[in-house]
Design a protein around this ligand. Sequence first.
Ligand code: GLC
Length: 536
Amino acid sequence: MNSTQLPWWKSGIIYQVYPRSFMDSNGDGIGDLQGIISKLDYLAWLGIDAIWISPIYPSPMADFGYDVSDYVDINSIFGSLEDFDALIAEASIRQIKVVLDLVPNHTSDQHPWFIESRSSRDNPKRDWYIWADAKADGSPPNNWLAYFGGPAWTWDEKTGQYYLHNFLPQQPDLNYRNPLVVEAMKGVIRFWLGRGVAGLRVDVIDRMMKHPDLADNPPNPHFEEGVSNPQSRFLRVNSEQHPDVHDLIREFRRTFNEFGDRPIIGEIDYSTDPQFIASYYYDGSLDGMQIPFNFALTMLPWDAKTLQSFIDAYDKAVPQGGQPNYVLANHDRSRIASRLGMAQARVAAILLLTLRGTPTLYYGDEIGMMDVEIEPEQYRDPQGINLGISRDPQRTPMQWDATPNAGFSTGYPWLPVAPDYAANNVEAEQNQPDSMLALYRRLIAVRRANPALVSGSYRSLDSEADDCFVYLREAGGQRFCIALNLGERIRSLSLRGLGQGRIVVSTHMDRGDIVDLASLHLRENEGVVIQLSSST
Ligand code: GLC
C-alpha cells in the first residue's frame, strides 16, 4: 500500500489549535472559529493534514472548555454552528480535516444533566453521575483526590450526598455504568461525525470507568511530603483506569465505525511504558482506539540513548497494523522550545516529523514559541490558581506578525502575548530562510513527498556517540538515514555500509551536500535527514 492509499490519520500530520489563543476575528480578546477560518491558508501553506481543536462547546469555562454544558452546540464566544459548518467546508476545500475534542468523562456542573441529577435523589438523572453517602463521620466516601486540588468529592447539601469529580468540583464525572449515559455519549459522537468531523480527540478516555465499589486508592510509594504534588499522594488505580473501560472504548469504537474510518485519538495516562500505551490498541482485533496518544517525548529526559531505547521498544510494541504516534507538547505541557532550548527544539522537530507514526504539532511550536512568563496573580488556569502549576504559559496567543498583540486580536488578549513577538512571529519567519518555521515547512514537505518517511519501517543504528541518535526509514527501495546530535559537542559518526547520501533537510538549513556516511560530521545540536543513494 503506498502512502496515498492510507487513511488520513496514518499518513497525515495533526496540528492542535487551542481555539482561545489562535486567532480572534471580533476583537473580544479570545480566538474564535472565524479566526481559525482566516488562517486556513496559512495551515495549508504549512502543509498539515488535520486540525484538532480543543473544546469549543458551550461552557462556563471553569477549565477553559473542558467543562462542557452542552455537547451539541458551539459556544457563542467561538461562533455558531453555522460558523462551524463554514469551517468544515473551508477546511475541506484546502484538504484539511477537522478533529474536535470530546470530553466524555465529565460535564460542567451547569450541564442540564447534572442540574437534574442534583435536583433530588429520585430524579431519573440521579444515576447519570457518581453519588455516594458520606462516611459515618461525615467525611467523603473514600480517599480519592481530584487532579486540581482537594478531595475528588463535593458534598451536596440539598440531597445529602457527595458527588465525584476527578478534576474541579465544577466538572462532575459521568457514570458510565449506566447504559443511558453510554447511549447519550454515543449520540454526541454521531452528532459531530455526522456533521463532517474527521475524528475525535477523546479527553481522559482511560478515566471513564472507576472501581464499582469505590475502593480507596493505595498510597503512592514515590510520594514525598512537601516535594511531590499533593494530589499524587495515592496511586489512582481505583479512581480511574478500571479494566471495564476497555469494553466502553470498544463500544465507542463501534459507533465511530458507523461512519467509516474515523479515528478515536485518545488521551490516556502520560506514560513512558510502551506496553501500557500499546495496550490500548487491543492486540489482534485492533478494535480499540486508532491513536492512543503517546506522550513519552514530553516526559523523557532529552538524552539520545533514553529516547532511542523508548522509541525502539514502543515501535515494536505497537501491534501489527496499529499506528504509532508522537507528541512533543500540548496545552497541558511546556512548550518544546522552553523545555529544550531553541537549538534542540529544531532537532526535536526533525525527530517528530521523521519517526514512524502520526505526528501531532502544537500551535506555535512551528515558530518556536516559548512559554510566556505569567505572574501568579494573573493566572487563569485553575490548576495554576489551586496548585501553582499553571498551564497558561503554554496557551498564550499565537504570534502572527509584528502589529499590536502579534496580530492575534484588536482587543485585549485573554492571556498576555509573548514580549518578543515583534521578532518572533509567522510573518517574520516566513521571510527568513533558516527560521524554525522554514525548517518545519521543509520537513513537512519532505515527509509528505516520501513514502519511506510516512509509512516506511523504522530501525535505529548504534552510533557509538552517546549523545547521537541515528535511525533508518525505508520503504520500497527508498531509504533515509536520520542523524541527530542531541549534545553540545561536534561529532563524527562512522555509519559503515550505508554508502553515500544527500542531505535533504538539516536543522541549520545550510547543508544540501552529498555525504559519506562512513564519516558524517555533525555540529553541536545538529540534525540531518539524509536520502541514501541506494534509493531509487
Ligand atoms: C485533559 C485536558 C486538560 C483538562 C483535563 C480535564 O487532561 O487535556 O486540559 O484540564 O483533561 O478535562
